[in-house]
Design a protein around this ligand. Structure first.
Ligand code: ACO
Length: 429
């Protein structure tokens, strides 16, 4: 039985249906309110606006819950792989072993990119940020696969675009990295798994053998799994809204990459390392920076601490903390930034200011440390996030199209000038 909320406007009562999700989340359906009453709702930043009903990811910030398709993130991080999680997000169920094998083989078959991509890449100056390069190259794939321009094609053809994206984005990422360093691009090695192949394309040099380190592969696999989806965040909402105009999937993903580029979204882990470096340059005095962060008159904040949604703990940070400890231990990396990071972590866990405000190290704190330890340069951090988020963006785009959602088109309350007459330029003062 449908329940209704009542809203009284200008003396008239409007019945607004209540929608309940499978986890008992409740929302008020206002989609007919404007047509019936002339009123719209206003919610800048969409902080309290549900844009869709989605079956992909569930998160509860208060309880520290994150689940993909119902599976707890802790179980997926421990027992699954990124490529299996990608399948789960995109197709809705965990694959059988035959389905997983076919999925991996399909991706491997598409892992090469057209050689002409190198010409496009070489057109970028050495100052180009890798996120800009990646989003441009993602869009450029439409030129190599023009049939993808129409996203209303058969499910089979759309699936081919999905496979191509998963296959080619790691290759494009690695190529943009080697291109920026001025060294020869590495081709995919289809004898390797998805993450190991990606790391080899990134780091193998023509002068020496590249050894796959399973500890590094495992850490990167976990980072990708933990970043694979986070429901209707800024970049995902961007992908859905761009796709809602029936823009093709490559263009929608490129838009997601651009949204993720912002320091308020995908750039936070980079800020963590920059802060650690700044503390070091200032003599390594962590107490001074902690005091600055606690000073209400100082805008400085400890980067990598606190979260808008997770107010008790970030389940992803708990998993990555273990991973960071393992990486630092096994690789034996001993850079001074990591000592500073440990001191900050200790302070946050024991200082009354941080405890009272529930400010724990977040996922960016640990992913920044892990990627730094692995040797990934900080400007590539958001690019790594893009590879991780790719299956989530694809799954959300696919869901939006399969629901045949209308074009995204928010309303506004106009607060500009009222009607006035045009004044010729010579008469303006
Ligand atoms: N360092 C010091 N104090 C902090 C921090 C911090 N990192 N974060 C919040 N606080 C304090 C605030 O000053 C405020 O104190 P007050 O109550 O005395 O005024 C209190 O904690 C609450 O802060 P809000 O800004 O209201 O918390 P909000 O939920 O809006 O912000 C945010 C969350 C933006 C993540 C914030 O904690 C922050 O700026 N953190 C640092 C940046 C960062 O790590 N961002 C990545 C987030 S994770 C992600 O995006 C994947």
């Amino acid at each position: 039985m449908v329940e209704y909320a009542e809203l009284k406007l200008d003396g008239k009562v409007y019945q607004l249906p209540i929608i309940e999700g499978t986890e008992k989340e409740r929302g008020i359906d206002i989609s007919k309110l404007r047509a019936e009453s002339g009123y719209i709702t206003v919610d800048t930043g969409f902080k309290n606006t549900g844009s869709t009903q989605s079956a992909i990811t569930f998160l509860d910030g208060e309880k520290g819950i994150l689940r993909y398709r119902g599976y707890p993130i802790e179980q997926l991080a421990e027992k699954s792989t990124f490529i299996e999680v990608a399948y789960l997000l995109i197709y809705g169920e965990l694959p059988t072993s035959a389905e997983l094998e076919a999925f991996e083989n399909d991706i491997k078959a598409e892992s090469l990119v057209h050689e002409d991509v190198k010409t496009i890449m070489q057109g970028f100056p050495s100052t180009a940020h890798p996120m800009g390069v990646l989003s441009s190259l993602a869009t450029s794939l439409t030129a190599f696969f023009p049939e993808s321009l129409d996203p209303n094609r058969s499910a089979e053809k759309v699936n081919m675009t999905i496979i191509r994206l998963l296959a080619k984005i790691p290759t494009l990422t690695a190529w943009s990295y080697t291109n920026a360093r001025g060294i020869r691009a590495n081709y995919p090695d289809n004898s390797l798994g998805y993450v190991a192949n990606f790391l080899k394309m990134m780091f193998a040099l023509p002068t020496e053998d590249y050894e796959i380190d399973p500890v590094v592969v495992d850490a990167m696999d976990k980072i990708f799994i933990l970043h694979a989806d986070h429901e209707q965040n800024c970049s995902t909402s961007t992908v859905r809204i761009v796709g809602s105009s029936h823009a093709n999937l490559y263009a929608s993903i490129a838009a997601g990459i651009n949204a993720l580029w912002g320091p308020l979204h995908g750039g936070a882990n980079q800020k963590v390392i920059e802060m650690l470096d700044a503390i070091l340059k200032n003599g390594g005095d962590t107490k001074k920076f902690i005091d600055k962060a606690k000073d209400p008159n100082d805008p400085f904040r400890l980067m990598g601490f606190g979260h808008r949604v997770y107010k008790n703990f970030d389940p992803r940070a708990q998993i990555l903390k273990k991973s960071a400890d393992t990486i630092l231990d096994k690789l034996g990396v001993d850079e001074p930034e990591f000592e500073i990071a440990k001191q900050l972590e200790e302070a946050a866990l024991h200082d009354e200011y941080f405890i009272k405000r529930k400010l724990y190290p977040n996922v960016d704190f640990y992913s920044g440390i892990i990627m730094k330890a692995i040797g990934i340069p900080i400007e590539m951090f958001p690019v790594m996030f893009s590879i991780g988020r790719l299956p989530g963006w694809i799954a959300q785009w696919k869901e939006m199209r399969s629901h045949n959602e209308p074009i995204g088109r928010p309303r506004q309350i106009y607060v500009g000038a009222n009607e006035r007459d045009y004044v010729p330029v010579e008469s303006r003062s």
